[in-house]
Design a protein around this ligand. Structure first.
Ligand SMILES: [Zn+2]
Ligand SMILES: [Zn+2]
Ligand SMILES: [Zn+2]
Ligand SMILES: [Zn+2]
Length: 269
C-alpha cells in the first residue's frame, strides 16, 4: 500500500491565513475550516469531494445561509507555489473571455470558473487552480515512483490511449517502469461520477442502505491457479493499488472504491 499524500495537510494548513476577504464575493470574511460536505468551489466551479480545509462564507440572513466555498488554491491573492515545475508563467484569471472554450491541461475538463492562464500564440494553456497543485512526484514505501507528466508513450490503463494523444488533453501519472499509467482525467472522471451516484443512491435508500465502505473486499481468486494467472493477478493488484494512490494524489483523500469496480474500469488487463 502507498502512503504519503496525507502528510501534506499539516504543513499546508500553516500556509493559509485563517480568514480571507475576496473582493468579488459580497460577504466577508471567509473562514478557513474543514468542509462539512462535498461542494462546488465558488472560484473554479469544480466539484470537490475532499473535505479538507477551505474558505467558507458564514453569512446568514433570515432566508438562508450563504453556501460559498472556496478552495485554498483558488484564492486569487495567493502565490502559485504549485506551478514551479512547469516552465512557463501562469497568471491567475477571474474573468473568462465570453464564449471561449477552454480546457484544463491537467484534467482535460472544461474551465468554467477561475483559472490559471499562459498565453502563447500557438499553444495557450489553462489550468484549474486545483489541478495546478497536483503532487508532482511521490514514492511509496516499496520504492515505486510515480511521475506526473504532460506526455508519455505509456498507455492509460483506463482509456487505452497514449498519454496526451492528439485530441485528448490531460496529464498522466506514470510509474517509472512505464507499466502503470493513468490519465488524471480518466481517474478524476470515473471517481467523481461514481461518487455522485453513490451519494444519490444513499439518499434514496437513506438509513437502510449498505454503505460502500463495507463492500471494499477483494474478490476471491481460487480459480487462478496457473503461474500466468498468478502473475496476472499480481499485476492487477498492483494496478489497483496504484489507482488508489493516484486517487489520493488527485483528491487529497483516500476514497474506498470497491476493488472489483476498479478492475472493471481497467481496459488493459
Ligand atoms: Zn476551486
Ligand atoms: Zn457569502
Ligand atoms: Zn483541471
Ligand atoms: Zn486515460
Amino acid at each position: 500500500m502507498f502512503a504519503g499524500a496525507g502528510e501534506l495537510s499539516s504543513t499546508e494548513m500553516e500556509l493559509y491565513p485563517r480568514q480571507k476577504v475576496i473582493n468579488s464575493h459580497p460577504h466577508s470574511p471567509l473562514i478557513l475550516k474543514p468542509a462539512q460536505k462535498p461542494y462546488h468551489c465558488g472560484g473554479c466551479k469544480e466539484y470537490e469531494i475532499d473535505l479538507r480545509q477551505c474558505y467558507q462564507c458564514e453569512h446568514k440572513d433570515v432566508h438562508q445561509k450563504c453556501d460559498f466555498h472556496l478552495h485554498v488554491e483558488c484564492d486569487p491573492s495567493s502565490q502559485s507555489i504549485w506551478l514551479q515545475f512547469i516552465n512557463c508563467t501562469f497568471t491567475f484569471q477571474q474573468e473568462a473571455p465570453r464564449g471561449k472554450k477552454m480546457v484544463c491541461d491537467g484534467c482535460g475538463k472544461d474551465v468554467r470558473g477561475w483559472f490559471y492562464q499562459y498565453l502563447s500564440r500557438g499553444n495557450p494553456r489553462y489550468l484549474h487552480p486545483c489541478c495546478a497543485k497536483l503532487p508532482f512526484k511521490r514514492t511509496d514505501k516499496g520504492g515505486m515512483v510515480l511521475d506526473l507528466k504532460e506526455k508519455t508513450s505509456s498507455v492509460c490503463l483506463i482509456c487505452g490511449n497514449e498519454g496526451n494523444s492528439k485530441d485528448f488533453r490531460s496529464w498522466v501519472y506514470v510509474s517509472r517502469c512505464g507499466n502503470y499509467c493513468y490519465h488524471v482525467a480518466c481517474v478524476k472522471g470515473k471517481v467523481e461520477r461514481w461518487n455522485k451516484e453513490e451519494a444519490s443512491n444513499q439518499q434514496q435508500s437513506s438509513g437502510a442502505g449498505t454503505s460502500s465502505g463495507a463492500l471494499v473486499r477483494r474478490a476471491p481468486n481460487q480459480e487462478i491457479k496457473t503461474r500466468r494467472g498468478e502473475k496476472a493477478l499480481e499485476y492487477l493488484e498492483m494496478a489497483v493499488d496504484i489507482f488508489n494512490f493516484v486517487v489520493l494524489l488527485i483528491f487529497g483523500i483516500s476514497i474506498p472504491v470497491p476493488f472489483g469496480l476498479v478492475i472493471k474500469w481497467l481496459k488493459r488487463k
